[in-house]
Each structure stands twice: as C-alpha cells, then as structure tokens.
Design a protein around this ligand. Structure first.
Ligand code: ATP
Ligand code: MG
Length: 421
C-alpha cells in the first residue's frame, strides 16, 4: 500500500474516471448525437419565443440519458443567457419518491429555489390538488420558458397524477415543457394512453451502447484521467489512443465485459476506474488485463452482496431453504422439499407461507439475479422436467448479508448456523 503524499500515481485527474455524475460530467457525447439532435429539435422552439415540446426519454440504465439531457439543456440555457431570453431549467430526480405527491412537493421546492435561492423547505400537509396549484403559481411567478425535467420518473409507479395533470396545466404567460426520463420499459408501456400522448409528443430512445462505442467512451474518459494518455483524433478516440500506463488489452476487455453484461456505460467506467485504482493502490505503473479481471470479480461480488442485502422477506426465505440444503449436504434438492422446509421456516417466525407455485417464482427470481444457479433436467421418460437450485455464492456471503430483518436473523441463528459445525 502507498503512503499519503506519494506523488507517483498513474492518475492525473481521478474525477474524470469517476462514474458519479455529481463528480464529473462529460462535455460532449458523440455517441448520442442522434438522440441529442432529436431533443434539440424538441427544445428549439424556446429560442424562437414558442413553447418547447414535451418529450419522453427512455432506455436502459447507464446510457447517458441524465448526462445527455443535462448537457443539451445547459447548452440551451447558455444560448438563452447570451440572447437575453428568459429560460429556466428545473431538474427533479424522482428516485425514491413513490408517489406523485412527493414529486410535486420537490417540484414546488425546486421552483421556489429558482426564485429565492437554495434552502427552501419541502411543503408538507397539502392535498395533491393544492400542490398542483402551488406549482402553477410558482411557474407563473417565474414566467418565460420553463423546462421541467422529471428524471427517473418510473419511481411513481401507478400513481401518474402529476404526469396527467402537469402537461394539461396552463400557467399564464409561461411556456412550459416537460421532459420525462425513465429506464423502466414496463413503466412506459403501462402509462395511460392520454398521458403518453401528451407527455410523449416526442419519444427519444437511448438504445444500449455496443462494445465499440464503449471503447470510445472509455478512451475519452481515460485520456485526461491517466498519466501519459492521449487521444490523437477526437473523432476516433479508441483507435488513436496512446498510453504509457494502459496496456493494450485493458480497454477492449473492459468494454467487452460491460457490453456483454448490459452495454451500460456507468458499469464500464466503474470497471475501468476500479481496475486503475487496484493498479494504483499497489503502486504499479501500468494497468493490465489482470487488474480488469480482478476488478470485475470484485464488483460482481459487491453487486451480489447488495442484491442479497435488499431481498424482501419471501425471497430471503426462499434463498435460506437452498442455503440450508447446501449446509446439510443435500445435493440439488427438489422444489417440493424446499417448499416443505420453507413452511417450517414460516411457522418458526409466525409468517404466512405462500403457495408452492409462487415459491418457485421466488427461486427463479433469485436465479435471474445470479444468487442461485438453476439447472433444468428431465425426471426420466415421460415424467416431465424439474428445476434444481444451488447457491451461486458462498454460504457465508448469504448468511452475512441477510441480517436486516430480525425474522430472517432468527431463522439463520436458530435453524441454519447450528447445522454448520
Ligand atoms: N457517451 C458517453 N461518453 C462519456 N460518458 C458517458 C457517455 N454516456 C454515459 N456516460 C457516463 O456514464 C454514466 C451513466 O450515464 P447517465 O447517468 O447519464 O445514465 P442514465 O442513462 O441516466 O442511467 P439511469 O437510467 O440509470 O439513470 C455517467 O457517469 C456518464 O457520465
Ligand atoms: Mg439517469
């Protein structure tokens, strides 16, 4: 391990490789030129004294939706400031707000902060209708053109009141545009047809990046972040990347791993960042393929642990049945036996058991998130198929990360741990 003050680092600007959007925002997104042109066209009326269109932006996680929309709206803001146009952009990140009500309280706060500066309180104790008129009042007080960005709007689930009402609100002397952003395709499908047609005047899709795009994205982030690392031609970042610290395979391997997982730029950047940090922490002067592999394993393990920590009760119990079988040396038990054991657990903690069919769904959910491995095989001629499950991770990883709920803890302490010795 290095000591603080050790100047000899492979980093020159660590922030540039930090995937956190608060820390670093790219100045250009060439891979999203087409999508940002679409947004440009929707917002352009603002420069001509007309009302910009509403837009609905969707695509999987880590595809540059948030940074792209904020880049485009800040360009518009700059232009407006230069020309003396009255334009205001309000960005509400709706993550964790499970009702339209919450989104509206945050919107009131943000709009007030536009007028009075930071530090406004969240309004509380109002009816939805009252909040809506408060929003309209604030919009009218601000005036001019207002662009409201509702990012991660899927958080509101079925409660689409704000998406229904806001596009219909007609604040006087205000040109209002709403941009909804989501990575939840199902949410978009489930939207009420009226909501979808008023909000989605323009629909803009951010499709997953492929491995080549991820290479270019990583090359641009690495240049400037790492010592002696530069791009020759900005239109061909990866092809013209020269680096004394990155060995040749690092970026292709990182992009390939991320593309195969989901094409998620956030994951790709996170992976490269972690690989570089591993190398740097060890005091090494180059980053190698091995650092990337170690970083991948490390991040996967961390993701599995987070996944286990956030399991709801029924899924946690389902996981514990398979873990119990592993501990007791039962190789790949049948679902029926697991369900019997599950019923014993439920009785032990005084919880109602779900049916075997729904229990099987929980096991499959766990297999989908790579916590369990599933193996489908025939029972023998004419007897149909059966699924067998195994824990994909270490038993200790399961037990150590399932401690949030006292009922789960009781099952672990009283029914699993004693069998381990
Ligand atoms: N084309 C790109 N060039 C450079 N960096 C990018 C590019 N696209 C995305 N990124 C980076 O990837 C990370 C994720 O991007 P962003 O937060 O915009 O994703 P998102 O589509 O909004 O995802 P989510 O749906 O999870 O909110 C950010 O750190 C961002 O800077
Ligand atoms: Mg986002």
């Amino acid at each position: 391990m290095r000591s603080f003050g050790d100047e000899d680092s492979i980093f020159v600007d660590m922030d540039r490789l930090n995937p956190n959007t608060q820390t670093y925002q790219p100045k250009s997104l060439p891979e999203r030129e087409a999508e940002l042109d679409q947004l440009h066209s929707a917002l352009r009326p603002a420069t001509m004294g007309s009302t910009p269109l509403n837009a609905f932006v969707f695509g999987p996680t880590g595809q540059g939706k948030t940074v792209g929309i904020s880049l485009k709206t800040s360009q518009l803001q700059e232009y407006a400031d230069e020309k003396g146009l009255e334009l205001h952009v309000v960005h509400v990140r709706c993550k964790g707000m499970d009702k339209s009500y919450h989104v509206m309280t945050h919107l009131v706060k943000k709009l007030r902060e536009k007028r009075f500066g930071p530090g406004e309180e969240l309004p509380s104790g109002y009816q939805k209708k009252t909040l809506l008129s408060m929003i309209i009042d604030e919009l009218e007080a601000i005036g001019g053109t207002v662009i409201v960005i509702l990012d991660e709007i899927d958080a509101i689930g079925n409660d689409d009141y704000i998406l229904y009402e806001l596009p219909r609100a007609e604040p006087e002397d205000v040109r209002l545009s709403i941009i909804g952003i989501t990575n939840d395709l199902q949410f978009r499908e489930n939207l009420d047809a009226d909501v979808r047609s008023s909000l989605g005047e323009d629909e803009i899709e951010f499709a997953p990046y492929d491995a080549n795009q991820l290479r270019d994205i990583l090359a641009r982030r690495a240049a400037g972040a790492l010592r002696d690392t530069e791009i020759g031609d900005k239109d061909r970042p990866f092809a013209t990347l020269e680096s004394d610290v990155l060995t040749d395979d690092v970026i292709p391997l990182t992009s390939a791993l991320a593309a195969q997982d989901s094409g998620d730029a956030r994951e790709a950047i996170k992976l490269l960042f972690r690989a570089c940090r591993f190398a740097d922490d060890d005091g090494e002067s180059t980053i190698t393929e091995q650092h990337v592999r170690n970083a991948h394993e490390y991040l996967e393990q961390a993701a599995v642990e987070r996944g286990i920590q956030s399991l709801p009760l029924q899924r946690a119990l389902a996981l514990l049945t398979v873990t119990h079988a592993t501990i007791s040396g039962t190789d790949q038990p049948e679902t029926k036996d697991l369900h019997n054991l599950y019923e014993v657990f439920c009785e032990h903690i005084d919880t109602r058991a779900i049916s075997e069919r729904r229990f099987r769904d929980k096991l499959n959910d766990l297999a989908d998130s790579s916590i369990l491995a599933k193996d489908t095989r025939g029972r023998g001629q004419g007897l149909g198929q059966t699924n067998r499950y195994e824990v994909e991770v270490k038993v200790e990883t399961v037990l150590d990360n399932l401690t949030d709920d006292s009922r789960i803890e009781a099952v672990i302490d009283e029914m699993l741990r004693p069998r381990m010795d």
